[in-house]
Design a protein around this ligand. Structure first.
Ligand code: ING
Length: 303
């Protein structure tokens, strides 16, 4: 069977001026603890090396650039790669990516998957960017991902690891069923994602009390409707005055939450993944070949 232990490795707040070395040291500690408890795969949050800087308008380009990684790995994050390789643990890591492509700066909200040997097997650039492109003074805090990141240009990739097919996405992507369906159609058996989700959603504050429900609803639905495992990991807690939800979890292909964190700080939760369990759904209720009717779905792809 294709069974292994995985961990969701939640981070508490990262301060605006917190050095990357500090965030990396915290993730190393979580990875060591996960390994001690048998984990071979660890999923870290979205933007796991810095504070969630899209909550502010940052007009100085050098100040903004300081939140991005221009190469991966790099000196700051190398200790995490080294510890993971020494312990034989693969991991998912979210970070802000700055590259020069076509002679210009390009900025993406990015995640990578690194296998047990320290090789980057997959890279994903966030496709569903929430929030707004320009400063809006009515908001208690900004959500400027559309200003600071480009629409991801790598599609929804799947890649081979741990004896199966792995997929990745990021935060807001999990709220769009298309994300999980595209990955499911490509055979993903485990979808990894990180998130930074504020409790307060300024356009609809009447939904603030539903953030935890919507977080799990989105991931549980994605897992169940596509018969795959989902590991979702939060950056949680009160980060620079902004309350972020926690609820990091591991979800089985049945949609059941089989492990979750309890607090709002650095914390892991562990579960055994059995990739063969995907068949319970994909051979039956969600046997795409037998039951799916794509000829009736065209409108989903219409702009
Ligand atoms: N954050 C949030 C998310 O999609 C959000 C944005 C919050 C959307 C609450 C809707 C409701 O989880 C990121 N970083 O995408």
């Amino acid at each position: 069977t294709r069974r292994f232990i995985a961990a969701t490795a939640q981070l508490g707040p990262i301060a605006r001026d917190e050095p990357r070395a500090s965030a990396v040291a915290r993730m190393q500690a979580l990875l060591i603890e996960a390994h001690r408890r048998g984990a071979e795969l660890v999923v870290f949050p979205e933007l796991a090396l810095t504070t969630f800087f899209p909550r502010w308008l940052i007009e100085d380009e050098a100040e903004l650039d300081a939140f991005y990684e221009t190469e991966m790995p790099n000196a700051d994050v190398q200790p995490l790669f080294d510890t993971a390789r020494e312990l034989g643990v693969g991991f998912y890591l979210g970070y802000a990516e700055l590259v020069i492509e076509g002679g210009r700066k390009r900025r993406f909200n990015t995640s990578i998957f690194v296998d047990k040997s320290g090789t980057i097997l997959g890279k994903y650039r966030k496709i569903h960017l929430p929030g707004h492109p320009e400063y809006e003074d009515w908001r208690p805090f900004q959500h400027l991902e559309k200003k600071y990141f480009e629409h991801g240009d790598l599609g929804f990739p799947v890649f081979d690891a741990f004896g199966g097919k792995m997929g990745m996405c990021l935060c807001n992507d999990r709220r769009w069923p298309e994300t999980f369906r595209v990955l499911g159609l490509r055979g993903a058996e485990l979808v990894m994602l990180g998130y930074n989700t504020p409790v307060h959603y300024p356009p609809a504050p009447e939904h603030d009390h539903l953030q935890d429900f919507h977080n799990h609803l989105s991931m549980q639905a994605g897992a169940y409707a596509n018969g795959n495992w989902v590991i979702g990991t939060a950056k949680a807690g009160r980060e620079e005055g902004c309350d972020l939800i926690a609820g990091s979890c591991i979800i089985a292909p049945t949609g059941e939450i089989v492990a979750r964190t309890q607090g709002f700080g650095d914390e892991i939760a562990i579960a055994e993944i059995d990739l063969d369990r995907c068949r319970e759904l994909r051979d039956n209720v969600f046997n795409f070949a037998l039951h799916r009717e794509p000829e009736d779905y065209a409108v989903i792809c219409a702009p």
